[in-house]
Design a binder for this molecule. Structure first.
Ligand SMILES: [Mn+2]
Length: 426
């Protein structure tokens, strides 16, 4: 199933082929002088993939307002079509991460087949106990898995167990749990007891986890609770993961930390204890801004990947997902641009000469060590990323191809605007 005309992609790629060959050749010679093989790097770029969240293709919003775009996806079927376009053009987003109940259907085997037609598989399943559903007996206004009332905790546990069942049908192997539980007033709840309640409820979900599944615990410093959040930081997340067992790991969302936190160091610590689950990529300036990955601080993104590439000999098995709120851009364009920026950071980090860096560090040659990172970060690896896309049938310039296709205008006619379409930020 093809969302964008193959003829269009082919003709645009053909028009840019000579310039791409020239740029790729020049970069190959530059890297060869540094003792690096561009083909090995292109192979890494081709193997790279980051998951797209199904909710990401809808327009996000803030707590003040949401300004819907044209041709927004109305349901999971439209979302898969949009995610299919992103994968078709970038060739680096082979999986989607669904969210329940937003993506509920009656037949998940059929949904899995439908996704496969877009060459998409299913990544981690996301549960939702941070808002109330219409048919829900007990409210999550005062919490879910950490709620003071065991009946409410049980309802939230059962929802997570249902998500696991859905995920099994979809071919997923992980459950991501993020809760909004916390307090807005000192004294509102007993902070120690809330954490104990959370661990009790999470233990029941963990007990229902298939043996080949992983549970991703996502922490978030604040919002919607503004005084205290139950799983507010990587320390709480790690305690929970260690308490629950080996199948529980810590997910790092780049926006869920205090300003100026050294996230790459947290990454190094979680790798050390074997508890790093993976990432939710986005960028931020002030808080959990959910801006596009690499749009504000691409160097930080590079430094995160520097830790990951450095730890590759340890055999990491990580989950990568984009988690952003697209408020002022076409979500498909933002997701394609973000997927490319994330791949860029990965390839740049792969340029670092690890042996030379270790030698400089051993000799306390501070500036030499720093310059090695900077040299990798300042290398424009765009020709490698483009080559990886084109060799896999993607677009030389995904955003140009998308704009030339008129996909959004066509969808605006097919998909009449609906009020209250679900979207979210986790
Ligand atoms: Mn997230």
């Amino acid at each position: 199933m093809s969302g964008i005309s193959l003829d269009l992609i082919g003709s645009l790629n053909h028009a840019g082929a000579a310039a791409q060959a020239e740029d790729y050749g020049a970069l190959a010679r530059q890297l060869a002088r540094r003792g690096q093989d561009i083909e090995a790097l292109t192979a890494r770029a081709m193997a790279w993939s980051v998951a797209v969240p199904t909710w990401g293709v809808g327009t996000g919003g803030t707590r003040f307002a949401r300004f819907p775009g044209e041709g927004e996806p109305r349901h999971i079927h439209d979302k898969l079509a949009d995610c299919g376009v992103i994968q078709q053009l970038t060739r680096g987003t082979r999986t989607v991460s669904p969210h329940f109940p937003w993506d509920k259907v009656s037949d998940y085997n059929a949904l899995r087949q439908e996704a496969a037609q877009y060459e998409l598989g299913f990544d981690s399943v996301n549960s939702n106990t941070f808002q109330d559903q219409l048919d829900q007996p007990l409210s999550y206004k005062f919490g879910s898995l950490a709620h003071a009332n065991k009946m409410t905790r049980t309802q939230a546990v059962e929802h997570n167990l249902e998500c696991i069942e859905i995920g099994r049908a979809l071919g997923s192997r992980a459950l991501t749990v993020w809760i909004g539980d916390g307090t807005n007033f000192p004294g509102q709840q007993n902070m120690a007891r809330m954490f104990e309640n959370y661990l009790e409820a999470m233990g029941r979900i963990y007990a229902g986890l298939p043996t080949d599944w992983t549970m991703y615990i996502e922490h978030k410093m604040y919002e919607p609770a503004f005084y205290s959040t139950v799983i507010s930081d990587w320390g709480s997340s790690l305690i929970a993961a260690q308490t629950l067992g080996p199948q529980a790991k810590c997910l790092v969302d780049l926006g869920h930390h205090a300003p100026n936190t050294n996230i790459e160091q947290i990454v190094a610590r979680l790798i050390h204890v074997g508890k790093l689950a993976g990432f939710h990529f986005n960028d931020s300036k002030y808080g959990d801004d959910d801006l596009d990955a690499g749009s504000v601080d691409p160097f930080r993104l590079f430094l995160v990947f520097n830790e990951l590439v450095d730890a590759e000999p340890k055999g990491l098995d990580l989950a990568y997902m984009i988690d952003q709120s697209h408020n002022v851009t076409d979500p498909i364009e933002s997701l394609m641009a973000s997927a490319m920026e994330i791949a860029r950071a990965y390839v740049q980090a792969s340029l670092v000469d690890r042996k030379a860096l270790a030698e400089a560090q051993a000799a306390n040659d501070v500036l030499a060590a720093h310059r090695m990172l900077k040299q990798a970060y300042l290398t424009d690896v765009s020709p490698i990323l483009a080559e990886a896309r084109v060799r896999q049938g993607g677009a030389l310039d995904p955003i140009a191809a998308y704009r030339a296709s008129g996909y959004r205008a066509a969808k605006a006619k097919e998909r009449p605007a609906v009020k209250g379409a679900s979207s979210g930020i986790v």
